[in-house]
Design a binder for this molecule. Structure first.
Ligand code: F6R
Length: 365
Protein backbone atom coordinates (compact mmCIF):
# COMPACT_ATOMS: atom_id res chain seq x y z
CA UNK A 1 0.00 0.00 0.00
CA UNK A 2 2.95 2.31 0.59
CA UNK A 3 4.04 2.12 -3.05
CA UNK A 4 7.22 4.07 -3.61
CA UNK A 5 6.84 6.06 -0.41
CA UNK A 6 9.05 5.47 2.59
CA UNK A 7 6.35 6.35 5.10
CA UNK A 8 2.58 6.73 5.19
CA UNK A 9 3.01 10.30 6.33
CA UNK A 10 4.88 11.20 3.13
CA UNK A 11 2.36 9.33 1.00
CA UNK A 12 -0.47 11.17 2.70
CA UNK A 13 1.24 14.54 2.25
CA UNK A 14 1.50 13.78 -1.46
CA UNK A 15 -2.11 12.62 -1.66
CA UNK A 16 -3.38 16.06 -0.71
CA UNK A 17 -4.15 17.36 -4.22
CA UNK A 18 -6.42 14.34 -4.82
CA UNK A 19 -7.88 14.39 -1.30
CA UNK A 20 -8.83 18.03 -1.71
CA UNK A 21 -10.19 17.35 -5.19
CA UNK A 22 -12.36 14.54 -3.83
CA UNK A 23 -13.58 16.69 -0.97
CA UNK A 24 -14.75 19.27 -3.52
CA UNK A 25 -16.10 16.83 -6.08
CA UNK A 26 -19.84 16.98 -6.71
CA UNK A 27 -20.18 19.67 -4.07
CA UNK A 28 -19.73 22.77 -6.20
CA UNK A 29 -21.82 24.40 -8.86
CA UNK A 30 -20.28 26.94 -11.20
CA UNK A 31 -20.69 29.88 -8.86
CA UNK A 32 -22.00 28.36 -5.66
CA UNK A 33 -21.95 25.46 -3.27
CA UNK A 34 -24.58 22.75 -3.62
CA UNK A 35 -26.97 23.26 -0.74
CA UNK A 36 -27.86 19.55 -0.65
CA UNK A 37 -24.39 18.45 0.54
CA UNK A 38 -25.45 18.96 4.13
CA UNK A 39 -28.86 17.35 3.68
CA UNK A 40 -32.31 18.52 2.68
CA UNK A 41 -33.86 21.68 4.11
CA UNK A 42 -30.58 22.65 5.69
CA UNK A 43 -30.91 26.23 4.46
CA UNK A 44 -33.81 26.79 6.86
CA UNK A 45 -31.59 25.85 9.81
CA UNK A 46 -28.52 27.74 8.58
CA UNK A 47 -30.59 30.88 8.12
CA UNK A 48 -31.32 30.88 11.84
CA UNK A 49 -27.70 30.50 12.97
CA UNK A 50 -26.56 33.43 15.13
CA UNK A 51 -23.42 31.88 16.66
CA UNK A 52 -20.98 29.18 15.69
CA UNK A 53 -19.06 27.17 18.28
CA UNK A 54 -16.29 24.95 16.94
CA UNK A 55 -14.89 22.15 19.10
CA UNK A 56 -11.99 19.83 18.32
CA UNK A 57 -8.61 18.55 19.57
CA UNK A 58 -5.05 18.78 18.29
CA UNK A 59 -4.65 19.31 14.59
CA UNK A 60 -8.41 19.43 14.08
CA UNK A 61 -8.53 22.27 16.61
CA UNK A 62 -6.05 24.21 14.49
CA UNK A 63 -8.38 23.82 11.50
CA UNK A 64 -11.12 25.34 13.65
CA UNK A 65 -8.92 28.29 14.60
CA UNK A 66 -8.29 29.10 10.94
CA UNK A 67 -12.00 28.80 10.20
CA UNK A 68 -12.76 31.46 12.78
CA UNK A 69 -10.67 34.01 10.88
CA UNK A 70 -12.51 33.04 7.70
CA UNK A 71 -15.99 32.94 9.23
CA UNK A 72 -15.79 36.36 10.82
CA UNK A 73 -14.26 37.95 7.73
CA UNK A 74 -16.94 36.56 5.39
CA UNK A 75 -20.07 36.47 7.55
CA UNK A 76 -21.56 38.41 10.44
CA UNK A 77 -21.78 35.28 12.55
CA UNK A 78 -19.60 35.32 15.66
CA UNK A 79 -17.44 32.20 15.86
CA UNK A 80 -15.75 30.69 18.89
CA UNK A 81 -13.27 27.84 18.93
CA UNK A 82 -12.20 25.77 21.92
CA UNK A 83 -10.45 22.48 22.61
CA UNK A 84 -12.91 19.79 23.61
CA UNK A 85 -11.17 18.88 26.88
CA UNK A 86 -11.69 22.43 28.16
CA UNK A 87 -15.16 23.04 26.79
CA UNK A 88 -16.65 19.88 28.24
CA UNK A 89 -15.69 20.71 31.83
CA UNK A 90 -16.79 24.31 32.13
CA UNK A 91 -20.07 26.13 32.18
CA UNK A 92 -20.93 28.12 29.08
CA UNK A 93 -23.23 31.08 29.01
CA UNK A 94 -26.18 29.87 26.94
CA UNK A 95 -26.12 31.32 23.44
CA UNK A 96 -29.05 31.70 21.13
CA UNK A 97 -29.30 29.77 17.89
CA UNK A 98 -25.86 28.28 18.14
CA UNK A 99 -24.55 25.93 15.49
CA UNK A 100 -22.26 23.46 17.25
CA UNK A 101 -19.51 22.18 14.93
CA UNK A 102 -17.15 19.35 15.80
CA UNK A 103 -14.08 18.60 13.71
CA UNK A 104 -12.40 15.21 13.92
CA UNK A 105 -10.47 12.94 11.60
CA UNK A 106 -11.44 9.76 13.44
CA UNK A 107 -14.86 10.81 14.68
CA UNK A 108 -14.10 8.85 17.85
CA UNK A 109 -12.19 11.32 20.01
CA UNK A 110 -13.62 10.93 23.50
CA UNK A 111 -13.39 14.57 24.58
CA UNK A 112 -14.97 15.82 21.36
CA UNK A 113 -17.84 13.36 21.72
CA UNK A 114 -18.39 14.43 25.32
CA UNK A 115 -18.42 18.10 24.30
CA UNK A 116 -21.10 17.29 21.71
CA UNK A 117 -23.23 15.56 24.33
CA UNK A 118 -22.91 18.62 26.53
CA UNK A 119 -23.87 21.04 23.75
CA UNK A 120 -26.92 18.96 22.94
CA UNK A 121 -27.96 18.95 26.58
CA UNK A 122 -27.41 22.72 26.79
CA UNK A 123 -29.70 23.15 23.78
CA UNK A 124 -27.78 24.16 20.67
CA UNK A 125 -29.74 24.93 17.52
CA UNK A 126 -28.11 22.10 15.58
CA UNK A 127 -24.93 20.04 15.58
CA UNK A 128 -22.68 19.39 12.63
CA UNK A 129 -19.73 17.02 12.45
CA UNK A 130 -16.83 17.38 10.07
CA UNK A 131 -15.31 13.90 10.03
CA UNK A 132 -13.17 11.69 7.85
CA UNK A 133 -14.70 8.39 8.92
CA UNK A 134 -18.23 7.63 7.80
CA UNK A 135 -20.51 6.13 10.42
CA UNK A 136 -18.16 7.24 13.19
CA UNK A 137 -19.67 7.96 16.61
CA UNK A 138 -19.41 11.70 16.09
CA UNK A 139 -21.20 11.52 12.77
CA UNK A 140 -23.94 9.33 14.18
CA UNK A 141 -24.52 11.62 17.15
CA UNK A 142 -24.70 14.84 15.11
CA UNK A 143 -27.74 16.32 13.36
CA UNK A 144 -25.74 17.06 10.22
CA UNK A 145 -22.47 15.95 8.76
CA UNK A 146 -20.03 17.15 6.16
CA UNK A 147 -17.43 14.52 5.40
CA UNK A 148 -13.82 15.18 4.53
CA UNK A 149 -13.01 12.80 1.68
CA UNK A 150 -9.34 12.37 2.54
CA UNK A 151 -9.39 8.57 2.45
CA UNK A 152 -7.86 6.51 5.26
CA UNK A 153 -5.14 8.35 7.17
CA UNK A 154 -2.63 5.86 8.58
CA UNK A 155 0.19 8.11 9.78
CA UNK A 156 -0.49 9.23 13.34
CA UNK A 157 0.49 12.78 12.44
CA UNK A 158 -2.49 14.26 10.67
CA UNK A 159 -1.81 15.78 7.26
CA UNK A 160 -4.41 15.29 4.53
CA UNK A 161 -7.19 15.19 7.10
CA UNK A 162 -6.21 18.72 8.14
CA UNK A 163 -6.17 20.27 4.67
CA UNK A 164 -9.47 18.60 3.75
CA UNK A 165 -10.98 19.86 7.02
CA UNK A 166 -10.03 23.38 5.97
CA UNK A 167 -11.68 22.85 2.59
CA UNK A 168 -14.81 21.50 4.26
CA UNK A 169 -14.94 24.44 6.64
CA UNK A 170 -14.83 26.72 3.60
CA UNK A 171 -17.82 24.83 2.20
CA UNK A 172 -19.68 25.33 5.47
CA UNK A 173 -18.93 29.05 5.47
CA UNK A 174 -20.13 29.25 1.86
CA UNK A 175 -23.35 27.46 2.80
CA UNK A 176 -23.92 29.89 5.65
CA UNK A 177 -23.33 32.84 3.30
CA UNK A 178 -25.80 31.39 0.81
CA UNK A 179 -28.43 30.75 3.46
CA UNK A 180 -28.12 34.29 4.81
CA UNK A 181 -28.31 35.65 1.27
CA UNK A 182 -27.01 38.73 -0.51
CA UNK A 183 -23.43 37.61 -1.00
CA UNK A 184 -23.48 35.75 -4.28
CA UNK A 185 -20.33 37.44 -5.60
CA UNK A 186 -18.36 36.62 -2.49
CA UNK A 187 -19.55 33.01 -2.66
CA UNK A 188 -18.57 32.84 -6.34
CA UNK A 189 -15.09 34.06 -5.54
CA UNK A 190 -14.78 31.54 -2.69
CA UNK A 191 -15.75 28.75 -5.10
CA UNK A 192 -13.31 30.01 -7.72
CA UNK A 193 -10.44 29.95 -5.22
CA UNK A 194 -11.34 26.47 -3.96
CA UNK A 195 -11.15 25.11 -7.49
CA UNK A 196 -7.54 26.32 -7.76
CA UNK A 197 -6.41 24.30 -4.75
CA UNK A 198 -5.35 20.96 -6.26
CA UNK A 199 -2.95 22.64 -8.71
CA UNK A 200 -1.60 25.05 -6.11
CA UNK A 201 -0.97 22.20 -3.66
CA UNK A 202 0.95 20.33 -6.39
CA UNK A 203 3.10 23.42 -6.86
CA UNK A 204 3.77 23.66 -3.13
CA UNK A 205 4.88 20.00 -3.10
CA UNK A 206 7.52 20.83 -5.69
CA UNK A 207 9.58 22.49 -2.96
CA UNK A 208 10.12 19.13 -1.30
CA UNK A 209 13.82 18.77 -2.20
CA UNK A 210 14.69 22.29 -1.07
CA UNK A 211 12.80 21.74 2.17
CA UNK A 212 14.70 18.51 2.78
CA UNK A 213 17.97 20.46 2.50
CA UNK A 214 16.61 23.03 4.94
CA UNK A 215 15.55 20.29 7.36
CA UNK A 216 19.16 19.23 7.97
CA UNK A 217 19.68 22.44 9.91
CA UNK A 218 17.20 21.28 12.55
CA UNK A 219 18.74 17.92 13.44
CA UNK A 220 20.81 19.16 16.38
CA UNK A 221 18.28 21.71 17.62
CA UNK A 222 16.28 21.33 20.79
CA UNK A 223 13.82 24.17 20.28
CA UNK A 224 12.15 26.03 17.46
CA UNK A 225 9.78 28.98 17.18
CA UNK A 226 7.07 29.18 14.54
CA UNK A 227 5.60 32.54 13.59
CA UNK A 228 2.60 33.67 11.60
CA UNK A 229 0.04 36.43 11.66
CA UNK A 230 -3.70 36.41 11.09
CA UNK A 231 -4.99 33.15 9.68
CA UNK A 232 -1.37 32.04 9.31
CA UNK A 233 -0.93 31.99 13.09
CA UNK A 234 -2.82 28.69 13.43
CA UNK A 235 -0.80 27.44 10.44
CA UNK A 236 2.30 28.14 12.52
CA UNK A 237 0.68 26.32 15.47
CA UNK A 238 0.06 23.31 13.28
CA UNK A 239 3.65 23.44 11.98
CA UNK A 240 4.95 23.48 15.55
CA UNK A 241 2.72 20.57 16.56
CA UNK A 242 3.94 18.49 13.61
CA UNK A 243 7.59 19.14 14.50
CA UNK A 244 7.00 18.26 18.17
CA UNK A 245 5.11 15.07 17.59
CA UNK A 246 7.30 13.40 15.00
CA UNK A 247 10.79 14.84 15.54
CA UNK A 248 10.53 15.39 19.32
CA UNK A 249 11.97 18.88 19.00
CA UNK A 250 10.24 21.32 21.29
CA UNK A 251 8.47 23.85 19.14
CA UNK A 252 6.17 26.70 19.97
CA UNK A 253 4.09 28.94 17.77
CA UNK A 254 3.55 32.62 18.36
CA UNK A 255 1.55 35.26 16.59
CA UNK A 256 4.47 37.33 15.30
CA UNK A 257 3.18 40.50 16.98
CA UNK A 258 3.54 38.86 20.41
CA UNK A 259 7.30 38.28 20.11
CA UNK A 260 8.27 41.46 21.88
CA UNK A 261 6.03 40.58 24.81
CA UNK A 262 8.25 37.74 25.96
CA UNK A 263 9.54 35.13 23.54
CA UNK A 264 12.07 37.51 21.98
CA UNK A 265 14.15 36.78 25.09
CA UNK A 266 14.63 33.23 23.80
CA UNK A 267 16.07 34.31 20.48
CA UNK A 268 19.75 33.60 19.88
CA UNK A 269 21.77 31.83 17.21
CA UNK A 270 20.70 28.46 18.60
CA UNK A 271 17.00 29.08 18.10
CA UNK A 272 15.68 28.40 14.60
CA UNK A 273 12.70 30.53 13.71
CA UNK A 274 10.27 29.34 11.08
CA UNK A 275 7.81 31.80 9.60
CA UNK A 276 5.06 31.65 7.01
CA UNK A 277 4.82 34.81 4.94
CA UNK A 278 2.29 34.85 2.13
CA UNK A 279 1.78 38.16 0.38
CA UNK A 280 -1.18 39.39 2.40
CA UNK A 281 -2.17 42.63 4.02
CA UNK A 282 -0.14 41.61 7.08
CA UNK A 283 3.13 41.03 5.23
CA UNK A 284 4.72 44.37 6.09
CA UNK A 285 3.91 43.91 9.77
CA UNK A 286 5.38 40.43 9.69
CA UNK A 287 8.54 41.69 8.01
CA UNK A 288 9.24 44.07 10.86
CA UNK A 289 8.72 41.23 13.34
CA UNK A 290 11.23 39.15 11.40
CA UNK A 291 13.71 41.99 11.51
CA UNK A 292 13.38 42.00 15.32
CA UNK A 293 14.50 38.37 15.26
CA UNK A 294 17.28 38.75 12.71
CA UNK A 295 18.85 41.70 14.47
CA UNK A 296 19.12 39.58 17.62
CA UNK A 297 21.10 36.86 15.88
CA UNK A 298 18.18 34.53 15.25
CA UNK A 299 18.30 32.29 12.20
CA UNK A 300 15.18 32.52 10.03
CA UNK A 301 13.64 29.82 7.85
CA UNK A 302 10.98 31.45 5.74
CA UNK A 303 8.24 30.23 3.51
CA UNK A 304 7.50 33.44 1.69
CA UNK A 305 5.62 34.53 -1.39
CA UNK A 306 8.11 35.08 -4.20
CA UNK A 307 6.86 38.64 -4.59
CA UNK A 308 7.27 39.39 -0.88
CA UNK A 309 10.61 41.08 -1.37
CA UNK A 310 12.27 39.00 1.35
CA UNK A 311 15.72 38.07 0.11
CA UNK A 312 17.91 35.28 1.45
CA UNK A 313 20.84 36.52 3.56
CA UNK A 314 23.46 34.97 5.82
CA UNK A 315 20.94 34.17 8.51
CA UNK A 316 17.79 34.03 6.39
CA UNK A 317 16.85 31.03 4.27
CA UNK A 318 13.85 31.51 2.04
CA UNK A 319 11.70 29.02 0.20
CA UNK A 320 9.94 31.09 -2.42
CA UNK A 321 6.32 30.09 -2.74
CA UNK A 322 4.12 30.76 -5.75
CA UNK A 323 1.55 33.50 -5.48
CA UNK A 324 -1.70 32.20 -4.04
CA UNK A 325 -5.05 33.85 -3.32
CA UNK A 326 -5.06 35.15 0.24
CA UNK A 327 -8.28 33.28 1.01
CA UNK A 328 -6.69 29.86 0.62
CA UNK A 329 -3.11 30.69 1.65
CA UNK A 330 -3.38 28.80 4.98
CA UNK A 331 -4.07 25.55 3.11
CA UNK A 332 -1.10 26.03 0.80
CA UNK A 333 1.39 27.16 3.47
CA UNK A 334 0.56 24.11 5.59
CA UNK A 335 2.21 21.88 2.98
CA UNK A 336 5.85 23.03 3.34
CA UNK A 337 5.59 22.87 7.14
CA UNK A 338 4.41 19.25 6.92
CA UNK A 339 7.36 18.44 4.66
CA UNK A 340 9.78 20.23 6.97
CA UNK A 341 8.81 18.23 10.04
CA UNK A 342 8.73 15.03 8.01
CA UNK A 343 12.30 15.47 6.78
CA UNK A 344 13.61 16.53 10.18
CA UNK A 345 12.09 13.37 11.68
CA UNK A 346 13.57 11.16 8.94
CA UNK A 347 17.01 12.69 9.51
CA UNK A 348 16.64 12.08 13.23
CA UNK A 349 15.53 8.50 12.65
CA UNK A 350 12.33 8.65 14.68
CA UNK A 351 9.35 6.41 14.00
CA UNK A 352 7.61 8.87 11.69
CA UNK A 353 4.31 7.05 11.28
CA UNK A 354 4.03 5.97 14.91
CA UNK A 355 5.51 8.62 17.16
CA UNK A 356 6.14 7.53 20.73
CA UNK A 357 3.31 7.87 23.27
CA UNK A 358 0.70 8.82 20.67
CA UNK A 359 -2.34 7.00 19.30
CA UNK A 360 -4.19 7.64 16.05
CA UNK A 361 -7.57 7.65 17.70
CA UNK A 362 -7.82 9.03 21.22
CA UNK A 363 -10.81 7.24 22.67
CA UNK A 364 -9.82 7.85 26.28
CA UNK A 365 -10.21 11.06 28.26
C1 F6R B 1 -1.79 15.56 15.36
C2 F6R B 1 -2.92 14.69 15.56
C3 F6R B 1 -3.79 14.89 16.75
C4 F6R B 1 -5.25 14.79 16.35
C5 F6R B 1 -6.15 14.84 17.59
C6 F6R B 1 -7.62 14.84 17.22
O1 F6R B 1 -1.12 15.28 14.18
O2 F6R B 1 -3.17 13.82 14.76
O3 F6R B 1 -3.51 16.10 17.36
O4 F6R B 1 -5.54 15.82 15.47
O5 F6R B 1 -5.88 13.75 18.42
O6 F6R B 1 -7.99 13.68 16.55
P1 F6R B 1 -9.30 13.63 15.69
O7 F6R B 1 -9.17 14.61 14.59
O8 F6R B 1 -9.39 12.21 15.20
O9 F6R B 1 -10.43 13.97 16.61
Amino acid sequence: ELGDYRHYMLKEIYEQPQAVQKTLEDRLDINSIKQCIMGDNVAEILKQVEEVQIIACGTSYHAGLIARYWMESLTDIPCQVEVASEYRYRRQVPRKNMLFVTISQSGETADTLAALEKAKKDGCLASLSICNVAESSLQRESDFSLMTIAGPEIGVASTKAFTTQLVTLKLLIGLLMQAKGGQSEAVASLVEDLKKLPVLIEQALEHDKAIEVMAEHFIEKHNALFLGRGDQYPVAMEGALKLKEISYIHAEAYPAGELKHGPLALVDSEMPIVAVAPNTSLLEKLKSNLEEVRSRGGFLYLFADKTSGIAPQDNIQVIEMDEVPESIAPIIYTIPLQLLSYHVAVFKGTDVDKPRNLAKSVTVE
